[in-house]
Design a protein around this ligand. Structure first.
Ligand code: GCU
Length: 678
């Protein structure tokens, strides 16, 4: 299957002050320290410069090139920049680099090979985005220690919640390692991703066998390709593997037999695949097996695996997405939103150091708007990873444009008040709050084997943006968007302004024309695309809006489920009080009459009508502006994007009309502005 290079397309020359002068790479790294990552850094620089400047950079290795020495010295003598020096320099933090201009060249300095690779990609970014390289001096250290992608790929080639084709890791229960794997690794590494989980968290069928002889040679091959770009490979694990592989009749984490089985299994797997980073586990969640079956806690389960993986430096990433998915909709007290906190907060301090809890950004499930998960701010002695979803399961499935980086940024900036300072989600998951190293961010990936990787061309901004944000969260969402636009479409001010407008309006637009004021859901059950207001209302999933003729919303205050009180003060009091709760989350926390005056000065019902009309108008404006780029953009990409937008428009109108009609019929209150409501 054919594929494009996304933002790593090096065809077509660019203007970059200084780049034209560079003619060679000076590798000042001893041969024994030249691992695959260093070699790939050199290769990447050579390919990029060849395409972007037309110069084939030769490689000069100190001490090796002998006779050429004179030629290189002569080349250096003239004015201008001649070379790129790659230097390993002890003393810098892991994965960091310094990229700077000297009299006759550019230097990339780092204390490890990943730092060199990230510096090389940064230099390429400077060249491709047309920044002058005559005056560089940048020192960068990734803020998140773990910057992961979680692929929900199944071994039959399908992808759970995949919106861009089939898997490029698996096909017909085999593992694929080919050109595409290489390009994937380059794309991921170019934005600083350093860990990848290759298979779906729901581990079933053949995937249970990934830790057996049947697959390990190929697993190793894949892990080596990724390692060549500084990426540690992880696999999702079936908690009940000893049972499902037919070797034991229990998976009780306190049974000596089971513990011994895992020790032997881990030894076997890590011996075969020494690059492996460890495992991701979804246990006791949505039908997956876990320690609850044996009356044990999640700490018992995670620690059993962690103990077995520890001798090989393996990590156990344990998901906190544990809730009762057999709820009765008549029950107003059981609250799915509480479950992550209720299941894990009491275990704080009980996990081994190589266990990391992976916590979704919100307490429900990647809705367009949710409060921040209360476990952030509820755990003090536990390693934590923030899980976000760039696969747009509930945000338009990569058929709608929804640039999620502004949302992620809001989440990172949220103050948890777990301490007086350094208490934001970013502080916690970067390790600053509690001096942790096993922490960071993970995104459920949005890639597949579509020619453009992400289905919607513009969804690639989320893939690019996630990596950049995890590396440098101080970048603004606009800065990241601009970078991605330049890297992907070149430097043209009309393209830049138009696409920037579209990206930055897209999350607000999507929020406006779908479910209002933080209530979420209202989507078609199972496949989660398009409106269905009552789709989840009388089901077992714990996902209700509780709308009646008077009002709507879930009472999660102290009078309701008490969820609001799981936050630290002052957040708890703010969320608990309907007068102080932010409008955008009001219906998440409270059941509110349609006539209630929001802080914005509008009633709830009028807000619903207005936002739904506005959301669609925003889509119309995006389309109108985008159409003006017809003569400026690559024809194929232009056509693909227009097609997606036509579907988005139609679907957004459907959302608007169904939501408005539903609430008009429920409330009997007319739109003040007298617009069409059906
Ligand atoms: C959602 C999603 C599932 C997924 C689950 C998870 O419920 O719809 O497909 O398996 O999240 O995060 O584990």
């Amino acid at each position: 299957m054919k594929f494009e290079q996304a933002w790593l397309d090096y065809t077509g020359k660019v203007f970059c002050d200084g780049a034209d002068e560079i003619s060679y790479i000076h590798l000042e790294i001893q041969e024994k320290e030249q691992d695959e990552v260093i070699k790939n850094s050199v290769k990447e620089l050579q390919n990029a410069f060849a395409g972007l400047t037309g110069h084939k950079l030769t490689l000069h290795e100190e001490g090796l090139s002998g006779g050429d020495e004179a030629a290189y010295t002569a080349a250096d003598a003239g004015a201008g920049l001649h070379k790129i020096r790659l230097v390993l320099q002890k003393g810098m933090p892991a994965e960091s680099y310094r990229l700077y201009t000297e009299e006759n060249g550019i230097t990339i300095e780092a204390s490890d090979s990943r730092g060199i690779l990230y510096g090389a990609f940064d230099l390429i970014r400077q060249v491709k985005t047309g920044n002058s390289i005559k005056d560089l001096d940048r020192t960068k250290s990734p803020v998140m220690p773990m910057r992961m992608l979680n692929h929900w790929d199944n071994m039959d080639g399908s992808i759970e919640r995949g919106y861009s084709g089939e898997s490029f890791f698996f096909e017909n229960n085999t593992i694929l390692v080919n050109d595409r794997t290489d390009t994937y690794a380059r794309l991921a590494a170019s934005v600083g991703i350093n860990a990848v989980v290759i298979n779906n968290v729901n581990v079933k069928d053949a995937a249970t066998w990934l830790i057996t002889e049947r697959y390990l040679d190929k697993v190793k091959e894949l892990s080596d390709v990724l390692a060549g770009y500084g990426i540690q490979m992880y696999m999702s694990l079936n908690y009940a593997a000893p049972v499902e592989l037919g070797e034991l009749d229990s998976a009780d984490p306190l049974s000596e037999d089971v513990r011994g089985w895992w020790k032997r299994r881990m030894e076997f797997v890590f011996r075969k695949v020494p690059n492996l980073g460890g495992f991701l586990i979804k246990a006791d969640s949505e039908g997956r097996p876990g320690p609850f079956t044996y009356g044990r806690t999640h700490a018992d389960g995670a620690n059993m695996l962690a103990e077995a993986a520890a001798p090989y430096g393996g990590n156990i990433i344990w998901r906190c997405f544990v809730y009762n998915c057999q709820q009765d909709w008549r029950d107003y007290k059981t609250d799915r939103a509480r479950s992550g906190y209720d299941n894990f907060q009491g275990l704080d301090g009980k996990f081994l150091d190589n266990v990391v809890l992976q916590i979704k950004n919100g307490p429900m499930d990647f809705q367009v708007r949710e409060p921040v998960h209360p476990l952030f701010g509820g755990l003090k002695q536990t390693n934590q990873i923030l899980e976000v979803q760039i696969a747009q399961e509930y945000t338009g499935q990569q058929r709608h444009l929804c640039y999620l980086i502004p949302m992620f940024q809001e989440i990172l900036k949220f103050r948890t008040y777990i301490k007086e300072e350094n208490d934001t989600v970013e502080d916690i998951v970067s390790g600053r709050t509690f001096r942790q190293h096993n922490c960071g961010m993970a995104a459920v990936a949005n890639t597949g084997n579509d020619v453009n990787w992400t289905g919607h061309d513009m969804a690639a901004a989320n893939l690019y943006g996630f990596g950049r944000l995890a590396f440098e969260p101080e970048l603004s969402a606009e800065e990241i968007a601009r970078e991605w636009i330049f890297m992907t479409f070149g430097k043209d001010s009309q393209i830049e302004e138009t696409l920037l407008f579209m990206l930055m309006s897209s999350w607000p637009a999507y929020e406006k024309y779908t479910s209002p004021l933080g209530i979420g859901w209202m989507v078609n059950p199972n496949y989660h695309y398009g409106p269905s207001v009552d789709g989840y209302e009388y089901s077992r999933w714990g996902t209700y809006h509780r709308a009646d003729h008077m009002g709507i919303g879930v009472d999660r205050s102290h009078e309701g489920t008490g969820y609001a009180l799981l936050y630290n003060e002052p957040n708890a009091s703010v969320y608990d009080d309907k007068r102080r709760c932010p409008d955008e989350l009001l219906l998440f926390f409270h059941h509110i009459p349609y006539t209630w005056m929001l802080r914005s000065g509008k009633t709830v019902i009028q807000h619903i009508y207005d936002t739904h009309f506005e959301g669609v108008e925003m889509v119309d404006e995006m389309i109108e502006r985008f159409m003006k780029l017809q003569d400026k953009m690559d024809k194929v990409k232009y056509r693909r994007i227009v097609e997606r937008f036509m579907e988005q428009k139609e679907n957004a109108e459907e959302w608007r009309d169904q939501i408005n009609a539903y609430f008009y019929r429920k409330s009997g209150i007319s739109d003040e502005k007298g617009r069409d409501i059906y």
